[in-house]
Design a protein around this ligand. Sequence first.
Ligand code: GBH
Length: 461
Amino acid sequence: TATPDPLHRAAFPADFTFGVATSSFQIEGATNADGRGVSIWDTFCREPGRIHDGSTGDVACDHYHRWPEDLNLMRDLGVDAYRFSVAWPRIQADGRGPANTKGLDFYDRLVDGLLERGLQPHMTLYHWDLPQALQDIGGWTNRDVALRFAEYARIVAERLGGRVRSIATLNEPWCSSILSYQIGEHAPGLRDRRAAVAAAHGLLLGHGLAMREMRALTLDADLGIVLNLNPAYPASDRPEDVAAARFVDGTFNRWFLDPILRAQYPQDIVDAYGADAPDVHSGDLDIIAAPIDFMGVNYYSRSVSSADGAIRPSTSSYTDMNWEVYPQGLTDLLVRLHHDYPNLPPIMITENGAAYPDADGPDEHGIVHDPERVQYFQQHLGATLNAIDAGVRVTGYFAWSFMDNFEWAYGYKKRFGLFYVNYGNQMRHWKDSARWYQTFLNAAPAAHAPQPEEVIAAPQH
Ligand code: GBH
């Protein structure tokens, strides 16, 4: 399908939110500052062979110290909103007990800094940096951790919830359970399906309990969760390929969507897990299915399955992560959610983006040329628009990522940023994709253009 050309924000609903996203461990650094405790990612990075380039999050983008400049860049970019996450070990070093005021103060300054610059704060409570002390008691396989998470959620929401536009409990529970406890690619690096399925249940329970705590505060913020959804296509119409795709869809997508939106686990996958199926206590599913105000969707690619395993369509192009560029998958996914889940709240696309090597680095003007990333964003914004036109309620889009950062097991070698980070001197450089997004955002209908009074009254930055 053709994307409208030139694509600009005026083609979207007037109240649609455009933003950029990051997460705490990937950008902050300053892992020992102001009473922060140890997270499972600090531990994992120190285990030989876990991170491809042997790097750690100790410095990352030094955002903990450079946040004012980073927020200035966001303002210059012209986005409406910024999605960030809170590092639990900054708030409770060991994941329990009284709040560390200095840790909360950091996010307090960040939120105020966003509001001063006219940027909406969108906060995620858990983007994978679990306090190590909670891993030491079994991590998310221990139901006590879900209770601790709810307490942490209340602490953060009490302090910041009145000033943020949205709060997501978890980012991508598939990653912090299956990828972390079964596949072993992420912290804590286990290879145990039973533990992974138990962790997924613990995460969902933590989400539901946190929702309950935060609802009791009657905040204005929208409350929800962020899932990584991976539309699964069969390689052919053969029944065995269709069944393979259905299994992938079940483990990645329905395993998380169904309990949240239907208060049940998908029976086909419960059966497939057999003895590894979770120990669901009575009442758990009602807690997990607490009403949410938005569903956050992170979309990067699709999967194509055959009975013999995953397929790589040879005509497609691939990013530096080896993920297929498939914008139609985003439209299909959004339309499918709309049709399959009557309880679906409005969707926010909380992440979408692509890694490319940007190997040439900045040119003589300090600009990085990344034509593939520009095209990726154009195509996926077009795909989003197509879903909206088909009747799906989508309220926002956040590009992943604001800047290059610590890409988990891949370290600093994979670059997802709109801004290029020179890790030698921590300089941020505009990429063509950032300039493209800026142009896209500025081509707004007249209502969005600054009025003369505002220009005169504009504060000096
Ligand atoms: C997100 O994870 C994270 O939220 C973010 O922190 C991260 O930096 C960003 O994306 C980029 O990685 O079909 O088996 O090959 C996304 C993780 C990517 C996990 C796609 C599933 C496909 C798995 N997801 N992946 S497979």
